[in-house]
Write a protein that binds this ligand. Structure first.
Ligand code: PMP
Ligand code: GLN
Length: 389
């Protein structure tokens, strides 16, 4: 804030992801804080980007995204969830999930509207709501299970509720919503004007629940007709294809909602990096199994990382999806989590994310989030340091 410009976001500082990645770099620590892989994407995917650049795809692509990518997205959603979306009028390519979520909020939320979010809440949602004049209303995913409390949600719905933002698999907790949760949400919004934003960026990273074999499925909003008709469904290629730095994602929504979405999208970003879109379309067509194999790929990393921490004083929470593992450090220290992660980074050389920053009241259960989207050597080195605490 300066003396002549009162801040539109007075309570917001720099994101925890930037803060912790910067500290990790300064300290030369192993960075398990911000969520990104430390391994490379498929060489084939990289080849396709350079191919399309050399072939001349260097000017503006269509505003809503290149047709081949939108068609590949619609095919995937049909194949996985049995949901038909029209590639032309119901699929929009965005500059990351962050922009898709912001755009959906900007397209729908008016000053004074209420938007229900679930805490711990991914850090971009509430600033997006507030920049558009809305008010965030918090439901709680309570420690340690991080499951929704549907009685609480029902009580939070008012005539001013414009939107509910959901996120399963959930960042930061790694919890996954069940079919029963989706049915509850579907029944709560029936006969209302509430729109849903479903952040499904970890749609391909759902693990078997108990480690005993049964694969839990991702309960996409697209499977539930009563939700689908009122939802913006967001996913990100960054998570699925190990390219978080490309910032390419998409938003699915029924035609009327997509119309409103694109009115905002065209003036927020207009369109998205052209050769990356073409390369992703090629990759989805040529390697459809890649996304199907992602859960097993990350489950092996989850299990490896959990083994690394087995002999430590950290206590591991369940992890049903995402590439994040929560751990409590109550047996090691009673410091606030924000202080503990700083000390862990500086003195022990491993960076994580304090979970209290995702809670509106700063509720601190002495839990930190580690990203296990890393090579085994990285996870083993981190494990050695963490076991020494
Ligand atoms: N939502 C969630 C839950 C996320 O974890 C992330 C990024 N890790 C995003 C949205 C943003 O995705 P993108 O990088 O595609 O903007
Ligand atoms: N979503 C990533 C995470 O949870 C970070 C994205 C970002 O840095 N904005 O770590």
């Amino acid at each position: 804030m300066t003396h002549f410009l009162p801040s539109r976001l007075p309570r917001v500082g720099t994101t925890i992801f930037t803060v912790m990645s910067r500290l990790a770099a300064e300290c030369g620590a192993i960075n398990l804080s911000q969520g990104f892989p430390d391994f490379s994407p498929s060489p084939y995917l990289l080849d396709r980007v350079t191919h399309h650049m050399a072939a001349g795809a260097n000017q503006y692509p269509p505003m809503a995204g290149v047709p081949s990518l939108r068609a590949a997205i619609a095919e995937k959603v049909q194949r996985l969830y049995g949901a038909g979306y029209d590639a032309e009028s119901e699929v929009t390519v965005t500059a990351g999930a962050t922009q898709a979520i912001y755009t959906a909020i900007a397209a729908c939320v008016r000053p004074g509207d209420e938007v229900i979010v679930f805490a711990p809440v991914y850090d971009s949602y509430v600033p997006g709501i507030e920049l558009n004049g809305g008010r965030a209303v918090y439901a709680h995913l309570r420690f340690p299970g991080f499951k929704p409390d549907w009685d609480e949600v029902r009580a939070l719905i008012t005539p001013r509720t414009r939107m509910i933002i959901i996120n399963s698999p959930h960042n930061p907790s790694g919890s996954v919503w069940s079919a029963g949760d989706m049915a509850m949400l579907e029944s709560l919004v029936r006969d209302t004007n509430i729109v849903v934003v479903s952040d499904e960026v970890y749609e391909h990273v759902v693990f078997d629940q108990d480690g005993a074999g049964g694969t839990r499925r991702h309960e996409s909003v697209t499977r539930y007709p009563g939700l689908r008709e009122r939802s913006f469904v967001v996913s990100s290629f960054g998570k699925t294809y190990h390219v978080t730095g490309w910032k390419v994602a998409y938003c699915l929504a029924p035609r009327e909602l997509t119309n409103e979405f694109r009115k905002a999208h065209q003036f927020i970003v207009f369109t998205v990096h052209h050769p990356s879109q073409l390369a992703l379309a090629d990759f989805m067509r040529e390697r459809p199994e890649f996304a199907d194999e992602l859960a097993a790929f990350y489950q092996a990393k989850r299990d490896f990382f959990r083994q690394q921490l087995a002999g430590s004083r950290f206590e591991l929470l369940p992890c049903a999806g995402t590439y994040f593992q929560l751990a409590t450090y109550a047996a090691i220290s009673d410091e606030p989590d924000t202080r503990f992660v700083q000390r862990l980074t500086r003195e022990h050389g491993v960076a994580g994310i304090p979970v209290s920053v995702f809670n509106p009241d700063g509720d601190d259960r002495h839990v930190i989030r580690f990203c296990f989207a890393k090579n085994e050597a990285t996870l083993a080195a981190a494990g050695e340091r963490l076991r020494a605490l």
